[in-house]
Unconditional design. Structure first.
Length: 200
């Protein structure tokens, strides 16, 4: 998709605040500091549109980005940051559960993991959660430029095995630096959102 127009429509915490345009939505989930803002910025061809917070765990809302009046990217709170209280984590959990379970417009979820390391227990729980709700899933292994090419296959098989990915799930390794994987991610988004495919 050619992206020229992007707008942060709303930062929502409850269903009555969600946009009512009816556009398909793709949610992006991942641990704090996994590179979610960098992925969003790469996909929309912006440098700093989705802010990279200097304080991990700062996103505490569902941020709806209107892309070309055709779809929404929904940036969900990063998980796994120790400084966030248990109470706050439970609040986020309920907010995500409500969104993942009830939102008709949600067409798929991109779950980010750091490709340099074995996915964490929290990464595994997120994928189990998404499998439970039977949501189309694309796992993106980030920071690919920091891994020697000879180890890409190993990184891929470690992610697949640790997260118990099924035949329906997709996995793409991605680098915000080289843009490797960007076209594959867009192809999956267009397919899930049933958008007309176009050059990126």
């Amino acid at each position: 998709m050619q992206v020229h127009n992007v707008e942060l429509t709303i930062s929502a915490v409850k269903p009555e605040q969600y946009p009512d345009k009816g556009y398909p939505e793709i949610a992006l989930a991942g641990r704090s500091n996994v590179g979610k803002s960098s992925l969003i910025n790469s996909l929309i061809n912006r440098k700093n549109y989705a802010r990279t917070s200097s304080q991990p765990g700062k996103t505490q809302t569902l941020n709806f980005y209107n892309i070309e009046d055709e779809l929404y990217f929904v940036d969900v709170p990063g998980y796994g940051y120790a400084k966030v209280s248990q109470k706050e984590r439970e609040k986020w959990g309920r907010m995500l559960e409500t969104y993942f379970e009830k939102r008709q417009e949600l067409k798929g979820v991109i779950s980010l993991v750091d490709a340099r390391h074995e996915p964490t227990k929290l990464d595994q729980q997120m994928v189990e959660f998404l499998h439970y709700y039977n949501l189309p899933l694309l796992v993106v292994g980030t920071k690919l430029d920091k891994i020697p090419k000879s180890k890409w296959n190993k990184a891929e098989s470690t992610i697949k095995k640790t997260l118990k990915l099924t035949g329906k799930d997709r996995l793409v390794l991605f680098s915000a630096v080289t843009k490797q994987g960007k076209e594959d991610i867009w192809a999956w988004i267009e397919q899930q959102a049933q958008l007309e495919s176009g050059a990126n």
